[in-house]
Design a protein around this ligand. Structure first.
Ligand code: MG
Length: 403
C-alpha cells in the first residue's frame, strides 16, 4: 500500500503521550497499517452508538427547546477544537487529546445535570451514579461492536483521560486506572488539557446560550470582568455592530483570552519543570496544564456567576424539577418491572440480579436510563405513565432563536 506515513509523535515534546510508551489495550490487538493507536481510539468513539446519541442530549437546555442551543455533541466538538489547538501549540499528542474530548461526555444522562443528580439519588443504595465513571463504563463495557470483547477496548491513556473525577470508593475498584485518585497524582498532560478545554467550552458557550435564551442579560454580565472587558472593547471597535455579532465577538475574544493564557502559562511551567516523559508528569502532585493566576481568577468568577444566575435561574430550576421527576419515575418503574425495558436490557438486569442481587439489577437499569436521549426519555415516560411531561421551559425560547 502506498500511503505516506507520518511517524506518530512527529514534532511532539518529550512529555507528551508517545504511542511507543503507551500502556496499551486490555485485549491486545495487532497494530493498524496506517492509523496510530490514539487515532483508532478516536475513530472507535466516533462510530459508537453512545456518540451518536450525544446529539439528542442536553447541557443546560432540554434538547427540543431549540435548534440553536448546544447539545452534548456540539459541546464535545467545541471541547475537541479548543483542546487540539492548545495541544498543537504545546507539542502534545493531538490525536489522544481529541479522542479524550470526544468521549468525555459519553456517560451523561438525559437532561444534563438534573438527570445525573436524579439518577445518582436513585442509585444511592447501590453505589451511586457518577457520570465520568459512566463514560468509562460506556467505552469499557456497554458498547457492543466487537466480536472479541465488550466495549471499545481503548488504550489506557484515552481511558485515563475519560475518567476525569472519581470517588475514592470507586477508584479502589478500578486498579491502575483509579490509583491516581487515591495517591493524589496527575493524569497525562493530554488528559489535563481535555479537562480544562471542557471548562473553557461550557463556561463560554453557556454565556452565549444564556443570552440567546434571555436567561441572562448583558447588564447582569457587566459585573463579570472576563465578559465586560471584551464586550466594551468590541463595542468601541465596532460601534454600529448588531447585538448578535456583538455577543459572538465577545465570546470569541473571551475564549481566545483564556486559551492563549492557558498555552502560555502551561508552556512556561513545562519548560521549568521539564518532566522527562509522560510518566514523570503522572508522578507530579499538581497539574502542569493550567491558567495563570489572574486568568484563573477571571475564569472562576464567570463560573460562579453562571452557577448562581444561569444554572439556578428559576426557569432552569423548573425544568430541572420536571426532569428529575421523569428520570426518577423511569428508574423506579424499570426497577420494579425489568420487562418494561427492551429485551436486551431486561436480560442484563436479570443477569445482574443473579450475579450481584438488587445492586446488579439496579446497575443495569441505570445503564439503560443513562443511555437515553432527552426525547427518548420523554417518550418512554409518556408511554409508561400515560401523560406527557411538560418540559418546555418557555415557548418563548423557540421564538427567540428564530427571530
Ligand atoms: Mg463536558
Amino acid at each position: 500500500m502506498n500511503v505516506h506515513l507520518v511517524h506518530p509523535g512527529e514534532g511532539m515534546a518529550p512529555w507528551a503521550a508517545w504511542e511507543t510508551l503507551s500502556l496499551g489495550r486490555e485485549h491486545p490487538e495487532p497494530s493498524h497499517p496506517y492509523r496510530g493507536e490514539y487515532q483508532r481510539d478516536r475513530d472507535r468513539i466516533i462510530h459508537s452508538t453512545a456518540f451518536r446519541r450525544l446529539v439528542y442530549k442536553t447541557q443546560v437546555f432540554v434538547n427540543h427547546e431549540g435548534d440553536h442551543y448546544r447539545t452534548r455533541l456540539t459541546h464535545s466538538l467545541e471541547v475537541a477544537q479548543i483542546a487540539r489547538t492548545a495541544a498543537r501549540c504545546l507539542h502534545l499528542n493531538e490525536e489522544l487529546v481529541e479522542a479524550i474530548c470526544l468521549a468525555h461526555d459519553l456517560g451523561h444522562t438525559p437532561f444534563g445535570h438534573a438527570g445525573q443528580e436524579a439518577l445518582n439519588a436513585c442509585m444511592k443504595p447501590w453505589g451511586g451514579f457518577e457520570h465520568n465513571l459512566q463514560s468509562l463504563r460506556v467505552v469499557d463495557e456497554l458498547e457492543e461492536r466487537y466480536a472479541g470483547f465488550r466495549g471499545l477496548n481503548l488504550t489506557y491513556e484515552t481511558r485515563e483521560g475519560i475518567l476525569k473525577h472519581c470517588s475514592k470508593r470507586n477508584a479502589k475498584a478500578l486498579g491502575d486506572l483509579g490509583q491516581r485518585f487515591l495517591s493524589r497524582r496527575q493524569p497525562g498532560l493530554e488528559a489535563q488539557l481535555a479537562n480544562l478545554a471542557d471548562e473553557i467550552a461550557y463556561n463560554n458557550h453557556d454565556v452565549d446560550d444564556g443570552l440567546r435564551a434571555g436567561l441572562l442579560t448583558e447588564d447582569e454580565l457587566a459585573g463579570v470582568e472576563l465578559f465586560s472587558s471584551h464586550w466594551e472593547s468590541v463595542r468601541e471597535a465596532h460601534p454600529r455592530i448588531g447585538r448578535r455579532e456583538l455577543v459572538h465577538e465577545t465570546v470569541r475574544a473571551m475564549i481566545n483570552e483564556v486559551v492563549t493564557d492557558l498555552v502560555d502559562h502551561s508552556r512556561t511551567t513545562l519548560e521549568r519543570v521539564h518532566p522527562a516523559d509522560a510518566d514523570a508528569v503522572r508522578r507530579q502532585s499538581r497539574a502542569m496544564i493550567d491558567f495563570s493566576r489572574p486568568t484563573a481568577k477571571r475564569h472562576r468568577a464567570l463560573k460562579s456567576f453562571l452557577n448562581k444566575r444561569l444554572y439556578r435561574h428559576e426557569r432552569v430550576m423548573e425544568m430541572t424539577e420536571r426532569a428529575t421527576a421523569v428520570v426518577t419515575e423511569l428508574f423506579t418503574r424499570f426497577m420494579d418491572d425489568v420487562h418494561a425495558m427492551p429485551r436486551s436490557h431486561a436480560d442484563r438486569a436479570l443477569e445482574g440480579q443473579e450475579s450481584a442481587g438488587d445492586a446488579g439489577r439496579a446497575r443495569a437499569v441505570a445503564d439503560y436510563v443513562a443511555g437515553m436521549t432527552d426525547r427518548y426519555a420523554l417518550s418512554a415516560y409518556a408511554r409508561l405513565v400515560g401523560e406527557s411531561p411538560d418540559l418546555e421551559m418557555h415557548a418563548q425560547l423557540m421564538r427567540d432563536q428564530h427571530e
